[in-house]
Design a protein around this ligand. Structure first.
Ligand code: NDP
Ligand code: 2IT
Length: 450
């Protein structure tokens, strides 16, 4: 079956899952030469099978809020592919989530996890729960109720969730505590755990640091370096905070940071003291980024929904790191970045570029690091956390950081080598998708039609 027919059938079979269609279209675009050369991938219907999750779990989550009112939410876990290892991928809590969003994220995760070289399958899940504005007690009760159902579907060698948007250290703690209570067993089961109860050093930093290590490799290819560059970063959560930290430590100047309400432009640059304030504001006080402007005298621009561009991406810079959410960068934003001299964009978020923005950036001379490669450091250190849980022994921050660096460097090289091998020049997206695909496809063929 041709790629076009596969995509057509996917849309018919899964209506209203636009983000899943978007990622499938972007990924499958590169597969024609691979399917042409390796007929067994067609014979065994590998692409069609990869697009159909092994299992989708959807469940009701009931909990009681601080006012004593019963709340009803919906939880999900998409167990996408287990050819390479146990299902692995984060949990997202956000009021707007849908099944299509989890399928897009789980599909991306399949290729990303394969690229890490660690034996990890792929999954993703979460709930239509908004942690913003909730008390710690409400978040705890929600996490307990969510895990009361999820616990029967996950396990150390079965499915190992972690954090994602809206799920950080606090939520992982409540989820882990509930799992342990229900199973009466102390096992790894989630990653991103606290460092004195089974977590790995450097997991908190891993996605953001890994993103910058990946960008460093891209820059090295172009005879450039991070030091001295002006950078624009979106988001102010886990990925952004540690992306900014690593950029600052490598001598770059970061001039933006944002949240879902608006963005900060700080011409003087974010330094370590300002970053410590951002961490406290977002991780402890759970406040709005606008407060940064009042504290440090920077410019704040509230978000305008529905426009064809975001002024954050029109701030003059050389390096861009979208680290908030999907489809946050539109075609016009890429045009603005080009005119402003941005010459590298590496994705901390999953699919932060719209389909049109992705097409445009791939035709431009901006170096483009796709999320499934550039943000793989998080899941890579999750894999390293799982290894430590299995062996019951823990490694130093230096050890984990050096493994992370090596993995990001290996992913970078795989992308370039694979792109070149398949006639896509220096296209990192082509390399990432094809390299990840071949690894999963070969394992699926070896394991039979199951
Ligand atoms: P967090 O919840 O820690 O932070 C998300 C940030 O993005 C917050 O600043 C949030 O603002 C902002 N944001 C959320 N929704 C929107 C929106 N619709 N428009 C603008 N800004 C928004 O999540 P993470 O940092 O963990 O995740 C960020 C991205 O990185 C996601 O795409 C995630 O899938 C991806 N990712 C995460 C990994 C990880 O290890 N955590 C690994 C690989 C990828 P507010 O405070 O207002 O909510
Ligand atoms: O998108 C991602 O790679 C993550 N949210 C991290 C997944 C993980 O299992 O650490």
């Amino acid at each position: 079956m041709s790629i076009a027919t596969i995509l057509e059938q996917l849309k018919q079979k899964n209506p209203n899952e636009e983000e899943f269609h978007q990622t499938a279209e972007e990924v499958l675009f590169y597969f024609s030469p691979v399917l042409e050369k390796h007929k067994q991938y067609q014979q065994y219907k590998i692409v069609e099978r990869m697009l159909e999750p092994d299992r989708v779990i959807s469940f009701r989550v009931n909990w009681v809020d601080d006012a004593g009112e019963v709340q009803v939410n919906r939880g999900y876990r998409v167990q996408m592919n287990s050819a390479l290892g146990p299902y692995k991928g984060g949990l997202r809590f956000s009021p707007t989530v849908s099944l299509g969003e989890f399928k897009f994220l789980a599909f991306e995760q399949t290729f990303k996890n394969a690229l890490t070289g660690i034996p990890l399958g792929a999954g993703k899940g979460g709930a239509d729960f908004d942690p913003r504005g909730k008390s710690d007690g409400e978040v705890m009760r929600f996490c307990q109720a969510f895990m009361q159902e999820l616990y029967r579907h996950i396990g150390n060698r079965l499915d190992v969730p972690a954090g994602d948007k809206g799920v950080g250290a606090r939520e992982i703690g409540f989820l882990f505590g509930t799992y342990k209570k229900l199973q009466n067993q102390y096992e790894g089961v989630l990653t991103g755990k606290g460092i004195n109860w089974g977590g790995s050093l450097m997991r908190t930093e891993a996605t953001g640091y890994g993103l910058v290590y990946f960008a460093q490799e891209m820059l090295r290819q172009a005879g450039e370096e991070v030091s001295g560059k002006r950078c624009i970063v979106s988001g102010s959560g886990n990925v952004s905070q540690y992306c900014i930290e690593k950029l600052i430590r490598l001598g770059a100047k970061v001039v933006t940071v944002s949240d879902s309400s608006g963005f900060i432009y700080d011409e003087k640059g974010i330094d370590e003291e300002k970053l410590a304030y951002i961490k406290e504001l977002k991780n402890e006080k759970r406040g709005r980024i606008e407060e940064y402007a009042r504290k440090f005298g920077a410019e704040y621009t509230p978000v305008h929904q529905g426009g064809d561009s975001d002024p954050l991406w029109n701030v003059k810079a050389e390096l861009a790191f979208p680290c908030a959410t999907q489809n946050e960068v539109q075609e016009k934003d890429v045009q603005n970045m080009k005119s402003n001299g941005v010459f590298l964009l590496a994705e901390g978020a999953n699919m932060p570029l719209t389909a049109e923005a992705t097409k445009l950036i791939e035709q431009s001379d901006i170096l483009y690091g796709p999320g499934k490669a550039a943000n793989a450091g998080g899941v890579a250190v999750s894999g390293i956390e799982m290894m430590q849980n299995y062996i019951g022994s823990y490694w130093s921050a230096e050890e984990v950081d050096s493994r992370l660096k090596k993995i990001m460097c290996d992913i970078h090289n795989q992308c370039l080598q694979t792109a070149e091998e398949w006639g896509f020049g220096k296209n990192y997206a082509a390399g990432a998708n094809i390299a990840g695909f071949i690894r999963v496809a070969d394992a699926m063929i070896a394991q039979g039609v199951i």
